[in-house]
Design a protein around this ligand. Sequence first.
Ligand SMILES: Cc1cc2nc3c(=O)[nH]c(=O)nc-3n(C[C@H](O)[C@H](O)[C@H](O)COP(=O)(O)OP(=O)(O)OC[C@H]3O[C@@H](n4cnc5c(N)ncnc54)[C@H](O)[C@@H]3O)c2cc1C
Length: 364
Amino acid sequence: MTTPAGTPARTADVAVVGAGIIGLATAERLSAQGLSVTVVDGHGPASGATGASGGLVRALDLSTSAALSWAAEGLDRYLRRGPHGLWPEVREHGALTLFGADGAARAEDAAARVRAAGHTADVLDAKEITAAFPGIAPPEDGFGVHEPRAGWLPARAVAEAVLRDADRVTLLAPARALEITTAGSRVTGVRTTAGFVRARAVLLAAGVHSADLARTAGVELRLRTRSVSYCVFAPRTPVTGTLPTVLDTTTGAWLRRWDDGTGILAGAPSTVRDVPPVVTPGVPDAEAERVRGVVRHRCPGLVGAELVGGVTAFDALGPDGGGEVTAWPDPAGLVTATGWNGGGFKKAPAVGRYAAELLREAAS
Ligand SMILES: Cc1cc2nc3c(=O)[nH]c(=O)nc-3n(C[C@H](O)[C@H](O)[C@H](O)COP(=O)(O)OP(=O)(O)OC[C@H]3O[C@@H](n4cnc5c(N)ncnc54)[C@H](O)[C@@H]3O)c2cc1C
Protein backbone atom coordinates (compact mmCIF):
# COMPACT_ATOMS: atom_id res chain seq x y z
CA MET A 1 0.00 0.00 0.00
CA THR A 2 1.18 3.53 -0.64
CA THR A 3 0.19 7.03 0.38
CA PRO A 4 -2.05 8.55 -2.29
CA ALA A 5 -0.50 11.32 -4.34
CA GLY A 6 -1.79 14.88 -4.04
CA THR A 7 -2.46 17.24 -1.17
CA PRO A 8 -4.12 15.62 1.82
CA ALA A 9 -7.64 16.83 2.38
CA ARG A 10 -7.21 16.79 6.14
CA THR A 11 -4.52 16.20 8.72
CA ALA A 12 -5.07 14.97 12.27
CA ASP A 13 -2.94 13.37 14.96
CA VAL A 14 -5.26 10.35 14.87
CA ALA A 15 -7.88 9.14 12.39
CA VAL A 16 -10.69 7.02 13.84
CA VAL A 17 -12.74 4.83 11.51
CA GLY A 18 -16.22 4.26 12.95
CA ALA A 19 -18.43 6.64 14.94
CA GLY A 20 -19.92 3.89 17.10
CA ILE A 21 -19.55 4.06 20.87
CA ILE A 22 -16.04 2.51 20.75
CA GLY A 23 -14.67 4.99 18.18
CA LEU A 24 -16.34 7.96 19.86
CA ALA A 25 -15.23 7.03 23.40
CA THR A 26 -11.66 6.74 22.10
CA ALA A 27 -11.87 10.03 20.19
CA GLU A 28 -13.16 11.80 23.32
CA ARG A 29 -10.22 10.54 25.40
CA LEU A 30 -7.68 11.54 22.72
CA SER A 31 -9.27 14.98 22.45
CA ALA A 32 -9.14 15.41 26.25
CA GLN A 33 -5.37 14.75 26.01
CA GLY A 34 -4.97 17.54 23.44
CA LEU A 35 -4.69 15.41 20.29
CA SER A 36 -6.55 16.35 17.12
CA VAL A 37 -8.81 13.59 15.83
CA THR A 38 -10.82 13.06 12.65
CA VAL A 39 -13.58 10.47 12.98
CA VAL A 40 -14.88 9.08 9.69
CA ASP A 41 -18.14 7.18 9.39
CA GLY A 42 -19.91 5.86 6.33
CA HIS A 43 -23.30 6.96 7.65
CA GLY A 44 -23.11 8.98 10.87
CA PRO A 45 -22.76 8.58 14.64
CA ALA A 46 -24.31 5.43 16.15
CA SER A 47 -25.48 4.05 12.82
CA GLY A 48 -24.24 0.50 13.51
CA ALA A 49 -24.69 -1.74 16.56
CA THR A 50 -24.51 1.23 18.94
CA GLY A 51 -27.75 2.77 17.68
CA ALA A 52 -29.53 -0.55 18.20
CA SER A 53 -28.04 -1.28 21.62
CA GLY A 54 -30.17 -2.14 24.65
CA GLY A 55 -27.73 -0.04 26.71
CA LEU A 56 -27.57 -2.35 29.74
CA VAL A 57 -24.64 -1.37 31.96
CA ARG A 58 -23.27 -3.35 34.89
CA ALA A 59 -19.85 -4.12 36.34
CA LEU A 60 -20.34 -7.87 36.21
CA ASP A 61 -19.08 -9.65 33.12
CA LEU A 62 -18.71 -13.39 33.38
CA SER A 63 -16.56 -13.89 30.25
CA THR A 64 -13.04 -12.92 31.40
CA SER A 65 -11.51 -10.92 34.25
CA ALA A 66 -10.29 -8.30 31.74
CA ALA A 67 -13.89 -7.91 30.51
CA LEU A 68 -15.10 -7.46 34.09
CA SER A 69 -12.53 -4.78 34.79
CA TRP A 70 -13.49 -2.94 31.55
CA ALA A 71 -17.19 -3.23 32.44
CA ALA A 72 -16.56 -1.98 36.00
CA GLU A 73 -14.53 1.00 34.76
CA GLY A 74 -17.20 1.67 32.12
CA LEU A 75 -19.98 1.71 34.72
CA ASP A 76 -17.95 4.04 36.91
CA ARG A 77 -17.52 6.51 34.07
CA TYR A 78 -21.17 6.27 33.04
CA LEU A 79 -22.22 6.94 36.68
CA ARG A 80 -20.00 10.07 36.67
CA ARG A 81 -21.74 11.04 33.41
CA GLY A 82 -18.44 11.52 31.55
CA PRO A 83 -15.68 14.06 32.15
CA HIS A 84 -18.02 17.07 32.48
CA GLY A 85 -21.09 15.39 33.99
CA LEU A 86 -23.08 15.94 30.79
CA TRP A 87 -23.82 12.41 29.55
CA PRO A 88 -27.33 11.03 30.12
CA GLU A 89 -27.94 9.73 33.63
CA VAL A 90 -27.73 5.97 34.23
CA ARG A 91 -31.23 4.65 34.89
CA GLU A 92 -30.18 3.07 38.17
CA HIS A 93 -32.85 0.37 38.29
CA GLY A 94 -30.21 -2.07 39.51
CA ALA A 95 -28.89 -5.13 37.68
CA LEU A 96 -29.70 -8.69 38.67
CA THR A 97 -27.63 -11.58 37.31
CA LEU A 98 -29.44 -14.86 37.98
CA PHE A 99 -27.88 -18.28 38.67
CA GLY A 100 -29.48 -21.71 39.14
CA ALA A 101 -29.71 -23.80 42.32
CA ASP A 102 -26.12 -25.00 41.87
CA GLY A 103 -24.84 -21.45 41.38
CA ALA A 104 -24.28 -20.27 44.98
CA ALA A 105 -20.49 -20.40 44.74
CA ARG A 106 -20.46 -18.74 41.30
CA ALA A 107 -22.72 -15.97 42.56
CA GLU A 108 -20.55 -15.38 45.65
CA ASP A 109 -17.43 -15.32 43.50
CA ALA A 110 -19.00 -12.94 40.95
CA ALA A 111 -20.19 -10.57 43.69
CA ALA A 112 -16.73 -10.61 45.30
CA ARG A 113 -15.13 -9.74 41.96
CA VAL A 114 -17.56 -6.84 41.41
CA ARG A 115 -16.78 -5.52 44.91
CA ALA A 116 -13.04 -5.88 44.26
CA ALA A 117 -13.56 -3.72 41.16
CA GLY A 118 -15.04 -0.96 43.33
CA HIS A 119 -18.82 -1.48 42.96
CA THR A 120 -21.53 -2.66 45.34
CA ALA A 121 -22.91 -6.18 44.83
CA ASP A 122 -25.01 -8.44 47.08
CA VAL A 123 -25.98 -12.07 46.70
CA LEU A 124 -29.72 -12.72 47.10
CA ASP A 125 -31.45 -16.08 47.35
CA ALA A 126 -34.63 -16.90 45.43
CA LYS A 127 -36.91 -15.81 48.30
CA GLU A 128 -35.17 -12.48 48.67
CA ILE A 129 -35.35 -11.90 44.92
CA THR A 130 -39.11 -12.56 44.82
CA ALA A 131 -39.69 -10.26 47.79
CA ALA A 132 -37.62 -7.40 46.35
CA PHE A 133 -38.68 -7.76 42.70
CA PRO A 134 -42.19 -9.27 42.43
CA GLY A 135 -42.08 -9.11 38.60
CA ILE A 136 -39.15 -11.53 38.45
CA ALA A 137 -39.36 -15.32 38.80
CA PRO A 138 -35.84 -16.52 39.72
CA PRO A 139 -34.75 -20.10 38.94
CA GLU A 140 -36.06 -22.49 41.62
CA ASP A 141 -33.74 -22.36 44.67
CA GLY A 142 -31.50 -20.09 42.59
CA PHE A 143 -29.42 -17.05 43.42
CA GLY A 144 -28.86 -13.57 42.07
CA VAL A 145 -26.06 -11.03 42.15
CA HIS A 146 -27.67 -7.63 42.64
CA GLU A 147 -25.75 -4.50 41.64
CA PRO A 148 -27.89 -1.63 42.95
CA ARG A 149 -26.10 1.14 41.04
CA ALA A 150 -26.21 -0.50 37.63
CA GLY A 151 -29.04 -0.24 35.09
CA TRP A 152 -29.34 1.03 31.53
CA LEU A 153 -28.72 4.03 29.31
CA PRO A 154 -30.17 5.32 26.03
CA ALA A 155 -27.22 4.26 23.85
CA ARG A 156 -27.68 6.67 20.92
CA ALA A 157 -28.07 9.70 23.23
CA VAL A 158 -24.90 8.65 25.06
CA ALA A 159 -22.94 8.38 21.80
CA GLU A 160 -24.09 11.89 20.82
CA ALA A 161 -23.13 13.24 24.26
CA VAL A 162 -19.67 11.64 24.03
CA LEU A 163 -19.17 13.31 20.65
CA ARG A 164 -20.23 16.72 22.05
CA ASP A 165 -17.58 16.36 24.80
CA ALA A 166 -14.86 15.78 22.22
CA ASP A 167 -14.02 19.34 21.23
CA ARG A 168 -10.86 18.59 19.23
CA VAL A 169 -12.69 16.04 17.11
CA THR A 170 -13.85 16.60 13.54
CA LEU A 171 -16.57 14.25 12.34
CA LEU A 172 -16.36 13.42 8.65
CA ALA A 173 -19.66 11.78 7.63
CA PRO A 174 -20.88 10.40 5.39
CA ALA A 175 -17.37 9.27 4.50
CA ARG A 176 -16.68 5.61 3.93
CA ALA A 177 -13.12 4.49 4.62
CA LEU A 178 -11.72 2.64 1.60
CA GLU A 179 -8.12 1.94 2.55
CA ILE A 180 -5.64 2.29 5.39
CA THR A 181 -2.63 3.86 3.70
CA THR A 182 0.95 3.05 4.64
CA ALA A 183 4.52 4.05 3.80
CA GLY A 184 7.11 1.41 4.62
CA SER A 185 5.83 -0.19 7.78
CA ARG A 186 3.92 2.86 9.17
CA VAL A 187 0.36 3.99 8.63
CA THR A 188 0.00 7.35 6.94
CA GLY A 189 -3.75 7.80 7.05
CA VAL A 190 -7.09 6.72 5.64
CA ARG A 191 -8.41 7.10 2.11
CA THR A 192 -12.15 7.80 2.23
CA THR A 193 -14.97 8.62 -0.15
CA ALA A 194 -14.70 12.21 1.17
CA GLY A 195 -10.94 12.54 0.62
CA PHE A 196 -7.72 11.55 2.30
CA VAL A 197 -7.16 11.92 6.03
CA ARG A 198 -3.46 12.05 6.88
CA ALA A 199 -2.65 10.77 10.37
CA ARG A 200 0.26 9.12 12.20
CA ALA A 201 -2.09 6.74 13.97
CA VAL A 202 -5.35 5.10 12.92
CA LEU A 203 -8.01 3.37 15.03
CA LEU A 204 -10.16 0.80 13.30
CA ALA A 205 -13.47 0.64 15.22
CA ALA A 206 -15.78 -0.09 12.31
CA GLY A 207 -17.33 -3.22 13.78
CA VAL A 208 -17.27 -6.21 11.44
CA HIS A 209 -16.21 -3.96 8.53
CA SER A 210 -12.87 -3.51 10.29
CA ALA A 211 -11.72 -6.85 8.85
CA ASP A 212 -11.85 -5.65 5.21
CA LEU A 213 -10.14 -2.39 6.08
CA ALA A 214 -7.42 -4.07 8.14
CA ARG A 215 -6.65 -6.30 5.16
CA THR A 216 -5.78 -3.19 3.09
CA ALA A 217 -2.90 -2.70 5.55
CA GLY A 218 -1.91 -6.38 5.51
CA VAL A 219 -3.55 -7.24 8.86
CA GLU A 220 -5.94 -10.17 9.28
CA LEU A 221 -8.76 -9.81 11.82
CA ARG A 222 -10.98 -12.82 12.37
CA LEU A 223 -14.45 -11.29 12.69
CA ARG A 224 -17.94 -12.56 11.92
CA THR A 225 -21.34 -11.10 12.53
CA ARG A 226 -23.61 -12.54 15.19
CA SER A 227 -27.32 -11.83 15.28
CA VAL A 228 -28.32 -9.64 18.25
CA SER A 229 -31.88 -8.37 18.48
CA TYR A 230 -34.48 -7.45 21.05
CA CYS A 231 -38.25 -7.25 21.31
CA VAL A 232 -40.39 -4.68 23.11
CA PHE A 233 -43.45 -6.25 24.72
CA ALA A 234 -46.52 -4.64 26.28
CA PRO A 235 -47.53 -6.96 29.15
CA ARG A 236 -51.29 -7.63 29.52
CA THR A 237 -51.07 -6.69 33.20
CA PRO A 238 -48.48 -4.06 34.07
CA VAL A 239 -45.36 -5.41 35.79
CA THR A 240 -45.34 -3.26 38.92
CA GLY A 241 -42.61 -2.48 41.44
CA THR A 242 -38.90 -2.17 40.81
CA LEU A 243 -37.80 -4.05 37.72
CA PRO A 244 -34.01 -4.27 37.57
CA THR A 245 -32.19 -5.08 34.37
CA VAL A 246 -31.96 -8.88 34.37
CA LEU A 247 -29.51 -11.31 32.86
CA ASP A 248 -30.29 -14.97 33.47
CA THR A 249 -27.32 -17.31 33.15
CA THR A 250 -29.61 -20.38 33.02
CA THR A 251 -31.58 -19.35 29.89
CA GLY A 252 -29.50 -16.42 28.57
CA ALA A 253 -32.61 -14.18 28.76
CA TRP A 254 -32.05 -10.48 29.35
CA LEU A 255 -34.53 -7.68 29.90
CA ARG A 256 -35.16 -4.20 31.22
CA ARG A 257 -38.01 -1.79 31.40
CA TRP A 258 -38.56 -0.10 28.04
CA ASP A 259 -37.92 3.65 27.81
CA ASP A 260 -41.63 4.54 28.23
CA GLY A 261 -41.69 2.80 31.64
CA THR A 262 -44.55 0.42 30.76
CA GLY A 263 -43.21 -1.91 28.06
CA ILE A 264 -40.42 -4.43 28.58
CA LEU A 265 -37.39 -4.80 26.33
CA ALA A 266 -36.31 -8.42 26.20
CA GLY A 267 -33.84 -10.57 24.31
CA ALA A 268 -32.53 -14.12 24.24
CA PRO A 269 -29.13 -15.07 22.81
CA SER A 270 -29.07 -16.21 19.22
CA THR A 271 -26.67 -18.75 17.78
CA VAL A 272 -27.17 -17.35 14.27
CA ARG A 273 -23.87 -16.17 12.78
CA ASP A 274 -22.87 -14.45 9.54
CA VAL A 275 -26.03 -12.33 9.30
CA PRO A 276 -25.98 -9.23 7.06
CA PRO A 277 -24.47 -6.27 8.96
CA VAL A 278 -27.62 -4.16 8.89
CA VAL A 279 -29.95 -2.73 11.52
CA THR A 280 -33.68 -3.08 10.82
CA PRO A 281 -36.53 -1.80 12.99
CA GLY A 282 -38.88 -4.53 14.20
CA VAL A 283 -38.49 -8.30 14.64
CA PRO A 284 -40.15 -11.16 12.73
CA ASP A 285 -43.04 -12.88 14.57
CA ALA A 286 -41.08 -16.13 14.83
CA GLU A 287 -38.22 -14.36 16.64
CA ALA A 288 -40.68 -12.66 19.00
CA GLU A 289 -42.20 -16.06 19.76
CA ARG A 290 -38.75 -17.52 20.47
CA VAL A 291 -37.79 -14.64 22.79
CA ARG A 292 -41.16 -14.68 24.60
CA GLY A 293 -40.79 -18.43 25.11
CA VAL A 294 -37.41 -17.99 26.82
CA VAL A 295 -37.94 -14.77 28.76
CA ARG A 296 -41.36 -15.64 30.23
CA HIS A 297 -39.61 -18.10 32.59
CA ARG A 298 -38.01 -15.15 34.37
CA CYS A 299 -40.72 -12.57 33.77
CA PRO A 300 -44.10 -14.35 33.81
CA GLY A 301 -45.82 -11.03 33.01
CA LEU A 302 -44.65 -11.54 29.42
CA VAL A 303 -46.93 -14.56 28.86
CA GLY A 304 -49.35 -13.40 26.16
CA ALA A 305 -47.70 -9.95 26.01
CA GLU A 306 -48.16 -8.08 22.76
CA LEU A 307 -45.12 -7.32 20.61
CA VAL A 308 -45.00 -3.54 20.14
CA GLY A 309 -41.48 -2.94 18.84
CA GLY A 310 -37.91 -4.12 18.67
CA VAL A 311 -34.87 -4.22 16.46
CA THR A 312 -33.09 -6.82 14.35
CA ALA A 313 -29.36 -6.16 14.36
CA PHE A 314 -25.88 -7.63 14.67
CA ASP A 315 -22.58 -7.22 16.46
CA ALA A 316 -19.06 -8.25 15.53
CA LEU A 317 -17.92 -11.54 17.04
CA GLY A 318 -14.18 -12.03 17.49
CA PRO A 319 -12.24 -15.22 18.21
CA ASP A 320 -12.38 -14.79 22.01
CA GLY A 321 -15.91 -13.33 22.05
CA GLY A 322 -15.11 -10.59 24.58
CA GLY A 323 -13.45 -7.98 22.37
CA GLU A 324 -9.84 -7.03 21.78
CA VAL A 325 -7.80 -3.84 21.49
CA THR A 326 -4.54 -4.40 19.61
CA ALA A 327 -1.66 -2.10 18.64
CA TRP A 328 -0.13 -3.70 15.56
CA PRO A 329 3.67 -3.60 15.18
CA ASP A 330 3.39 -3.71 11.38
CA PRO A 331 2.13 -1.34 10.22
CA ALA A 332 3.09 0.73 13.24
CA GLY A 333 0.40 3.25 14.14
CA LEU A 334 -2.53 0.91 13.50
CA VAL A 335 -4.76 0.05 16.47
CA THR A 336 -7.88 -2.12 16.20
CA ALA A 337 -10.76 -2.34 18.73
CA THR A 338 -13.24 -5.00 17.67
CA GLY A 339 -15.20 -8.16 18.44
CA TRP A 340 -17.53 -7.03 21.26
CA ASN A 341 -20.12 -9.74 20.69
CA GLY A 342 -23.12 -8.03 22.23
CA GLY A 343 -21.32 -6.41 25.18
CA GLY A 344 -19.40 -3.43 23.81
CA PHE A 345 -21.59 -0.65 25.13
CA LYS A 346 -20.94 -1.21 28.83
CA LYS A 347 -17.19 -1.53 28.26
CA ALA A 348 -16.80 1.39 25.82
CA PRO A 349 -15.56 4.12 28.19
CA ALA A 350 -12.79 1.81 29.45
CA VAL A 351 -11.97 0.49 25.98
CA GLY A 352 -11.78 4.09 24.74
CA ARG A 353 -9.39 5.04 27.55
CA TYR A 354 -7.14 2.07 26.81
CA ALA A 355 -7.21 2.47 23.01
CA ALA A 356 -6.43 6.20 23.42
CA GLU A 357 -3.31 5.31 25.44
CA LEU A 358 -2.10 3.00 22.67
CA LEU A 359 -2.88 5.53 19.93
CA ARG A 360 -1.17 8.37 21.75
CA GLU A 361 1.98 6.30 21.94
CA ALA A 362 1.61 5.26 18.30
CA ALA A 363 1.16 8.87 17.14
CA SER A 364 4.18 10.22 19.05
C1 LIG B 1 -29.69 -5.30 19.69
C2 LIG B 1 -28.41 -5.07 20.45
C3 LIG B 1 -28.47 -4.93 21.84
C4 LIG B 1 -27.30 -4.73 22.56
N1 LIG B 1 -27.36 -4.53 23.92
C5 LIG B 1 -26.25 -4.28 24.62
C6 LIG B 1 -26.32 -4.01 26.01
O1 LIG B 1 -27.41 -4.02 26.61
N2 LIG B 1 -25.16 -3.72 26.69
C7 LIG B 1 -23.94 -3.74 26.05
O2 LIG B 1 -22.92 -3.51 26.71
N3 LIG B 1 -23.85 -3.97 24.71
C8 LIG B 1 -24.97 -4.23 24.00
N4 LIG B 1 -24.90 -4.47 22.65
C9 LIG B 1 -23.58 -4.48 22.02
C10 LIG B 1 -23.07 -3.07 21.77
O3 LIG B 1 -24.12 -2.24 21.35
C11 LIG B 1 -21.97 -3.15 20.71
O4 LIG B 1 -20.97 -4.07 21.17
C12 LIG B 1 -21.30 -1.80 20.50
O5 LIG B 1 -22.27 -0.83 20.23
C13 LIG B 1 -20.31 -1.91 19.36
O6 LIG B 1 -19.81 -0.62 19.13
P1 LIG B 1 -18.76 -0.35 17.98
O7 LIG B 1 -18.42 1.09 18.08
O8 LIG B 1 -17.67 -1.36 18.05
O9 LIG B 1 -19.52 -0.72 16.62
P2 LIG B 1 -20.70 0.01 15.84
O10 LIG B 1 -21.63 0.70 16.74
O11 LIG B 1 -21.24 -1.01 14.92
O12 LIG B 1 -19.95 1.15 15.03
C14 LIG B 1 -19.19 0.92 13.87
C15 LIG B 1 -19.33 2.15 12.97
O13 LIG B 1 -18.43 1.98 11.90
C16 LIG B 1 -19.02 2.54 10.74
N5 LIG B 1 -18.36 1.95 9.58
C17 LIG B 1 -18.39 0.67 9.16
N6 LIG B 1 -17.64 0.52 8.05
C18 LIG B 1 -17.13 1.73 7.78
C19 LIG B 1 -16.26 2.22 6.76
N7 LIG B 1 -15.75 1.43 5.79
N8 LIG B 1 -15.96 3.53 6.76
C20 LIG B 1 -16.45 4.36 7.71
N9 LIG B 1 -17.26 3.94 8.70
C21 LIG B 1 -17.59 2.64 8.74
C22 LIG B 1 -20.50 2.17 10.87
O14 LIG B 1 -21.29 3.07 10.10
C23 LIG B 1 -20.72 2.31 12.36
O15 LIG B 1 -21.24 3.59 12.72
C24 LIG B 1 -26.05 -4.67 21.90
C25 LIG B 1 -25.99 -4.80 20.51
C26 LIG B 1 -27.16 -4.99 19.79
C27 LIG B 1 -27.08 -5.09 18.30
